[in-house]
Design a protein. Structure first.
Length: 134
């Protein structure tokens, strides 16, 4: 639905800066459409940039600055964590995946782009999971 808010999981953001050209183009296209992300996504992106990509702090700050300039960044709250724990119990997700879903729903998103969930799955009746690389 045009104009609907959507959320990007960390894995999609990371593909936007990765070496896989096909996935990079898809992820960068999604990132350019002003998605919603959370502070968790920023932190996970920074962690992978350091640990797997070997970037220094200056380069990581540059990456995060670009991501922040194109996305609506939402803070993780204690309510977000409580909702995440409910999703972890209800759906069997990890707490971190549940936190992504909870934050997306709290932000009013109808779509969550991620590889970490089941494609087409509905969460809490309002959030649809889409694997953009299928």
């Amino acid at each position: 639905m045009p104009g609907a808010k959507f959320f990007l999981d960390s894995n999609v953001v990371l593909y936007a800066i990765g070496n896989d050209a096909g996935k990079r183009d898809i992820a960068a296209g999604l990132l350019s459409r002003h998605p919603v992300i959370s502070t968790q996504v920023l932190l996970e992106t920074a962690n992978v940039c350091k640990r797997k990509f070997g970037l220094d702090v200056s380069a990581i700050k540059n990456v995060l600055g670009i991501v922040e300039s194109t996305a609506d960044v939402r803070l993780i709250t204690s309510d977000s964590i409580r909702h995440a724990l409910e999703f972890a119990e209800r759906y069997g997700f990890t707490v971190f995946d549940s936190l992504i879903a909870a934050t997306a729903i709290e932000a009013g998103c109808t779509t969550l782009y991620s590889e970490d969930f089941q494609h087409g799955q509905k969460i809490a009746g309002s959030l649809t999971i889409i694997d953009p690389f299928r």
